[in-house]
Design a protein around this ligand. Structure first.
Ligand code: NAD
Length: 488
């Protein structure tokens, strides 16, 4: 597939000197090349979006959402092909890829409610004969910089809300997985948005820096690693932009002795090893409390050992590869570092090859017991199918351990006690909390974000938070003296 930019309603081959090879992580084959656009590519897209803004913001909201209704239908009817594209470039199984598109579509559906969601406020007679109102107005050109792990879903935490509220938009997909958005933009072209309303620039750091510095760009949404999130948040904010940056994670799950152990194990295994552990909501540290230790350890080791690993398009595959060879090497090194730091590798996924896919970047599910607080394995986001086990005597110690981590994206608890669940919900420091849930991903009508080093900004993605993020509020106070109105 040839990867092009989409600017002002046209497919454009950017003039670049560098390309990034897109590799199918299961086969090792190069399947596309991402052109690494420079700041001048961003300038073209931002210029087109800027020119389109005035007439788009004046398009009535109920007309703007008609484009989104059409997009929603096209995403739904092309789900299989989008899913296969995600599997090919990202490695996850076809079911996981289609599930991600269900979440994308839900966001389009919620944003279709913008005629209602975007309404302002009005108070009559704040003083006799004086009224006050709040109007939401769009910002102008807004952007998304996306990560590799959900190429089809993550842009939709932002894109439909930005457009429905009357902004124009530029997306920069991850250079590792540009094909999914390339395909989705073919659907966007069929929808027939007015020229310049929605644009795409492919690239990496130079394109990102071009966005962060561009004077016409008013808002930046980002999802990716914490290191880049911090850098981008500071640079975009210093240029006066509205920013939200979702970062990395190290999600704990606490298992109490009264949990249903079989259910807990199945759900935790899906969370830790699903999408090859490359979800920002994947659990990566399991903390057993008291008597839960032995049974959970045994069951999770069995679940890890029996998972079927292979090419995501092959029937029966439960887990695909990690994104590339560099990632495989990094994950395997971290497993090695873990075992040196006093932990014990109970199920070792290093050195995996899959018959027929010898060039693939496979790491089998791995379980490491006795991970030490403060160790490399405790601190670092592995972003692979690696679950560390820890143990405490009480729920208080387990919650304190979870809260002592720098990240706060998600925390989960498995229990049959309502009181324990309530305590956990109240005390745990994370933006997304699961009670007997392994991937606590908010539906589109709830906000999505972590806390602490997992998030930089105020307004979260999705739902009313996205409406707030993509609009600026104007307050008007009005008086119409009676004698003036009598003149007409
Ligand atoms: P990444 O930070 O490497 O890349 C994300 C985006 O930033 C890409 O578009 C990339 O081109 C750009 N980028 C990379 N390096 C840059 C630099 N030095 N300067 C400017 N731009 C740069 O992240 P990734 O590897 O694609 O994605 C995995 C990460 O994303 C994990 O840390 C994961 O936890 C995180 N993530 C977080 C959430 C969340 O909701 N918090 C969701 C999904 C993924």
């Amino acid at each position: 597939m040839e990867i092009l930019n989409y600017i002002n309603g046209e497919w454009i081959k950017p003039k670049v000197s560098e390309y990034f090879d897109v590799v199918n992580p299961a086969t090792g084959e190069t399947i596309a090349r991402t052109p690494l656009s420079s700041a001048s590519g961003v300038d073209l897209a931002a210029g087109a979006a800027s020119d389109a803004f005035l007439s788009w913001r004046r398009t009535p909201v109920q007309d703007r959402v008609q484009y989104l209704f059409k997009l929603r239908d096209l995403l739904k009817s092309n789900m299989d092909e989008i899913g296969r594209t995600i599997t090919d470039e990202c490695g996850k199984t076809l079911d996981e890829a289609k599930a991600e598109m269900v979440r994308a579509i839900e966001n389009v559906e919620v944003a279709c409610g913008m005629p209602h969601l975007g309404k302002g406020e009005f108070v009559e007679d704040i003083a006799t004969g004086i009224d006050e109102m709040m109007i939401r107005q769009p910002l102008g050109v807004c952007t998304t910089i996306a990560p590799f792990n959900f190429p089809g879903m993550i842009p939709f935490w932002f894109l439909p809300y930005a457009l429905a509220t009357g902004n124009t938009y530029v997306i920069k997909p991850s250079e590792k997985v540009p094909m999914t958005m390339q395909f989705i933009f073919k659907l966007i072209e069929q929808v027939g948005f007015p020229k310049g309303v929605i644009n795409m620039v492919n690239g990496a750091k130079d394109a990102v820096d071009g966005i962060l510095d561009h004077p016409a760009i008013r808002a930046v949404t980002f999802v990716g690693s914490t290191k880049v999130a911090k850098y981008l948040y500071a640079r975009a904010a210093s240029n006066g932009k509205r920013v939200q940056a979702q970062g990395g994670a190290k999600n704990p799950v606490i298992i109490l002795p009264d949990a249903d152990m079989n259910m807990a194990t199945n759900i935790i295994a899906d969370s830790a090893f699903g999408c090859a552990g490359q979800r920002c909501l994947a659990v990566s540290l399991a903390v057993t409390v008291g008597a839960a230790r032995n049974e959970f350890t045994e069951l999770i080791c069995d679940a890890a050992s029996s998972r079927k690993v292979g090419y995501g398009l092959d029937a029966g595959t439960q887990m695909g590869p990690v994104i590339n060879q560099a990632s495989k090497t990094r994950v395997e090194q971290l497993i090695g570092v873990g075992s040196e730091g006093g932990a014990k590798v109970c199920v070792d996924g290093r050195g995996t090859t899959v018959k027929g896919y010898e060039g693939g970047s496979f790491v089998r599910p791995t379980v490491i017991a006795d991970v030490q607080k403060g160790s490399e394995l405790w601190k670092t986001e592995v972003f692979g199918p690696v679950l560390g086990l820890m143990h405490t005597d009480t729920i208080d110690e387990a919650i304190a351990l979870a809260n002592s981590h720098a990240y706060g994206n998600q925390a989960s608890l498995f229990t049959s006690s309502g009181a324990a669940a309530r305590k956990f919900r109240h005390e745990v420091e994370a933006g997304n909390v699961g009670i007997n849930i392994g991937v606590a991903a908010p539906m589109a009508f709830f906000p999505f974000s972590g806390w602490k080093d997992s998030f930089f900004g105020d307004m979260h993605g999705q739902s009313m938070d996205a409406v707030e993020f993509f609009t600026q509020k104007k307050v008007v106070i009005e008086r119409w003296p009676k004698e003036w109105s009598r003149k007409f």
